[in-house]
Ligand binder design. Structure first.
Ligand code: TMP
Length: 216
């Protein structure tokens, strides 16, 4: 287990829930507040991770669930060791567009792979450094599908039942870990949603920055 001081925040939700827009809005708010942060996406964020992302999302490829899981984990191991853990050690806030819960939701609840196996792999890939706080953007599968449009990647092309299992999986994770996972209604306007996330995030930022000496 790595001992770190920063704050690790993840945003999660099914494809089309508006997560990446929220990440952009949060980046603006963190910049305006003068808070030192890094923002990353999964899979990706490192040279190898971005290469793995292309393989995972390429719609012409067919992958077994096991290979898919291990590729997500390989990208996560790179990102955790190269960027997340060093940034947290420096006391920074790390904002993740998806992290460990995506694997439970998609490969676990969605594809039916063993949750215990995923837990072990997540532990190895992250060095045991899991998110301090997670926002789950909650949107129905129908609404999310309507927002996604037509140009779909390999994961988005999976069927409606799959995405339904992913969505229910996310809600189950939130039910099991209410202290960490904040469920937010993603149907509201992007500004309202960002305001709500910021309000919940702010006390954690305050605490983390006091701890690391970068008060704002
Ligand atoms: P996104 O970055 O545009 O959300 O696309 C990433 C896709 O990969 C999305 O469909 C969710 C999926 N995914 C998994 O299935 N497992 C994972 O562990 C992660 C990080 C993402």
């Amino acid at each position: 287990m790595f001992k770190t001081r920063g704050l690790l925040v993840s945003l999660e939700g099914i494809d089309g829930c508006g997560k990446s827009t929220q990440i952009e809005l949060l980046q603006n708010k963190l910049n305006q507040s003068g808070i030192s942060f890094v923002s990353i996406r999964e899979p990706g964020g490192t040279a190898v991770g971005e290469g793995i992302r292309q393989v995972l999302l390429q719609s012409s490829y067919s992958l077994t669930s096991e290979a898919e899981l291990l590729l997500y984990m390989a990208a996560r191991a790179e990102l955790s060791r190269q960027i997340i853990i060093p940034s947290l050690m420096e006391g920074k806030v790390v904002l993740c567009d998806r992290f460990t819960d995506s694997t439970f939701a998609y490969q676990g609840y969605g594809a039916g792979l063993d949750l215990q196996w995923i837990r072990q792999l997540n532990h190895k890939a992250t060095g045991g450094r899991l998110p301090d706080l997670t926002f789950l953007l909650d949107l129905s599968v129908q609404e999310a599908a309507a927002r996604r449009g037509d140009n779909l990647d390999r994961m988005e092309k999976k069927n409606f039942h799959y995405h339904g299992r992913v969505q229910r999986g996310y809600l189950e994770i939130a039910r099991q870990e209410p202290e960490r996972v904040v469920v937010v209604d993603a149907k509201v306007s992007k500004e309202k949603l960002c305001g709500y996330i910021w309000q919940k995030l702010f006390p954690h930022l305050r605490k983390a920055t006091k701890r690391t000496g970068h008060e704002f």
